[in-house]
Design a binder for this molecule. Structure first.
Ligand code: NI
Length: 163
């Protein structure tokens, strides 16, 4: 089922989302609907629960070109990161028409629960590292407008994939 993606300045985008206490059939349905919604949006590579108005700590993402490697992270935390940072243009499914350069850690390790309740560790660099940090921000009510600086025209192609 496709879900409406709420848009800035909806105040729900600014809330701190609550931890998931139990993985219920309803939560699994929400995850499936979020993936379906993200894929339907074409260039979306990540979607956090608060973006569909559900203030719980879960997001979905898929940075693969083939769009067939979905990830679902529940109660994710940034466990570690290196010191190197990179700056690239980002867009956001909840900030249509806006893009800007955002500085992120180049390499991160994120711990989370999978949909079956098992612990998972995701070590990421490149686009996935950027996507994970963008989605983690959503769970804390932070959006790219808080962090972005204007993208010069020659850098705007970076934001064709929106998170
Ligand atoms: Ni976003």
């Amino acid at each position: 089922m496709l879900l409406p993606v709420i848009q800035q300045p909806d105040p729900r985008l600014r809330e701190i989302s609550a931890p998931v206490e139990k993985i219920t059939p309803e939560l699994k349905k929400l995850a499936a609907d979020m993936l379906e919604t993200m894929y339907a949006l074409g260039n979306g590579i990540g979607l956090a629960a608060p973006q569909v108005g559900r203030l719980c700590r879960m997001f979905v993402c898929d940075v693969s070109e083939s769009r067939d490697q979905p990830r679902i992270l529940i109660n994710p935390v940034l466990a570690s990161h290196n010191q190197e940072k990179t700056k690239r243009a980002e867009g956001c499914l909840s900030c249509r028409g806006f893009e800007g350069l955002v500085e992120r850690y180049a390499k991160v390790t994120v711990r989370a629960l999978a949909l079956d309740g098992k612990k998972m560790t995701v070590k990421a660099d490149g686009l996935l590292a950027r996507c994970l940090q963008h989605e983690l921000d959503h769970l804390d009510g932070i959006i790219i407008m808080d962090k972005a600086e204007p993208a010069p025209p020659d850098r705007q192609d970076d934001a064709k994939k929106i998170i």
